[in-house]
Design a protein around this ligand. Structure first.
Ligand SMILES: [Zn+2]
Length: 76
């Protein structure tokens, strides 16, 4: 009985790698569901929205781009 309950308690994402955002380096509370996976990397919903809203060519944009490039390079 106890064993059965323990099995049930285990979250679905148990054993999976906890996603860490490549841009803000935070782990979202909702785990992998609160963001998008890019190759082996991960970007949280907040940063995803930021990327969409940021002006192309701005300082922020360039910084995000740089991090994304590093992320993609790491995956290889
Ligand atoms: Zn983030």
């Amino acid at each position: 009985m106890t064993k059965l309950m323990e099995t049930k308690k285990l979250p679905e994402k148990f054993g999976m790698l906890v996603p860490r955002c490549a841009i803000c380096e935070k782990v979202p509370q909702g785990g992998i569901r609160e963001g998008i996976k890019i190759r082996r990397g991960f970007i949280c919903t907040n940063c995803e929205r930021m990327i969409i809203g940021v002006d192309a060519g701005s300082n922020e944009y360039n910084q995000i781009l740089l991090k994304l490039r590093t992320l993609i390079k790491k995956a290889f």
